[in-house]
Design a protein around this ligand. Structure first.
Ligand code: AMP
Length: 363
């Protein structure tokens, strides 16, 4: 055992306690780890399966100190945890994986795209737009249609607005709350894919096969594994994801959302340094799931095989979809995962179903 290894029996701290934290905690338990979650939320999904929940705001220093005392390593289940929470933990000497350097890039859409370009990744044309005054000339350069997005805190299509030919840019600026933004050229993509790559403490990387993601009303509806793209394109996407993780010096998981254009180019849309909804299929269809891979990475264990033993389609259960749980249980090739949330609000991720089929290109 190397000095940096955090062995089974240790405790993993998680900032956030939603379904991603829950599935991480379950994977941690399978390898003999305990988890402690810190969340401001009452009755959070990960609390049901963790040894301890610290109920507090992310910036509560007493709560963070408590977490640092009980956890051997800390990870996070969403990238918008306040940067100061992570710096505070790091200041106490607690390893946080991924750490504040990675978050600084992933929390800011401009930094994210600058970074993607710096490692040779393609992106949509973009410009930083800090003020309404800056929007007008940027719009002239980028052209229409384009997409105005807040630089920070956007998810599931929140904080963004398309500016089409007849749209008034002032309305778009107001619609996103008049916050520092990025203006992106609208990509006429052929499909959306994502790659999840794990990177260990020793720098090793393991990527899952790219999946195709289909959205409804800006929320992920379905992931299809593998994405129906050429092997060459898949290898290119995997290599790009590994390069991004390596250049970030990230330890943990990096999900890279990409557009595939009609002429076969890959453009990076977004980076998420955490388990990702488009990787839930790996629980049922791969040797080692994205969640176990995260546990292995942050604890300094060797990464596992991301090979899939089945093809899979993962469907999110949003809002009332969850009421159909009994139907899904009857399907012989379906695996049902519920997150233990009591209130099925519209669009809320309540669970998912993964349907498996024999792998088509078994090697
Ligand atoms: P995001 O929050 O950046 O992941 O964007 C949410 C969704 O909006 C993406 O999954 C795309 O379907 C769409 N979208 C975002 N940016 C663009 C773009 N530049 N061009 C076309 N569609 C986009």
């Amino acid at each position: 055992m190397t000095a940096a290894m955090i062995p089974p029996g240790s405790t993993i701290g998680i900032l956030g306690a939603g379904q991603l934290g829950r599935m991480t905690a379950l994977a941690a338990a399978e390898l003999g780890y305990r988890t402690v979650v810190l969340t401001p939320e009452e009755d959070a999904p990960a609390s049901h399966v963790s040894a301890l929940t610290i109920h507090a705001d992310y910036t509560d220093e007493a709560a963070l100190s408590h977490l640092a005392r009980v956890a051997d390593v800390v990870t996070l289940e969403f990238e918008n945890v306040p940067a100061e929470a992570v710096s505070f933990l790091e200041g106490l000497g607690k390893p946080v994986r991924p750490g504040s350097r990675v978050l600084a890039v992933a929390q800011d859409r401009v930094a994210e795209k600058d970074f993607a370009r710096s490692v040779g990744g393609g992106t949509a044309p973009y410009e930083k737009v800090d003020t309404l005054k800056a929007l007008i000339p940027a719009l002239e350069r980028i052209g229409r249609p384009s997409v105005l997005k807040t630089r920070r805190m956007g998810y599931d299509g929140k904080g963004q607005r398309i500016i089409a030919h007849r749209d008034n840019p002032v309305e778009a600026w107001d619609a996103i709350g008049g916050k520092p933004a990025i203006l992106e050229g609208f990509v006429n993509f052929n499909r959306e894919i994502s790659v999840i790559v794990a990177r260990g403490l020793d720098g090793a990387t393991r990527a899952y096969v790219p999946v195709e993601n289909r959205h409804r009303e800006h929320i992920l509806a379905e992931s299809i594994a593998p994405a129906p793209i050429s092997r060459e394109l898949a290898k290119q996407a995997e290599a790009l994801a590994a390069r991004l993780a390596t250049q970030l010096d990230l330890v943990g998981l990096l999900a890279v959302e990409m557009f595939v254009t009609d002429d076969g180019r890959i453009l990076v849309n977004e980076l998420a340094p955490r388990p990702h909804n488009s990787g839930h299929w790996t629980i049922d269809a791969c040797m080692v799931s994205q969640f176990e891979q995260l546990v292995r990475a942050v604890c300094g264990l060797p990464l596992g095989s991301p090979e899939r033993h089945a093809d899979a389609v993962m469907t999110n259960l949003l809002g009332d979809d969850v009421n159909r749980w009994a139907e899904f249980l009857k399907e012989p090739d379906a695996r049902l995962h519920l997150y233990g949330k009591t209130e099925a609000r519209k669009g809320r991720k309540m669970g998912h179903v993964t349907r498996l089929a024999p792998r088509q290109d078994w090697r």
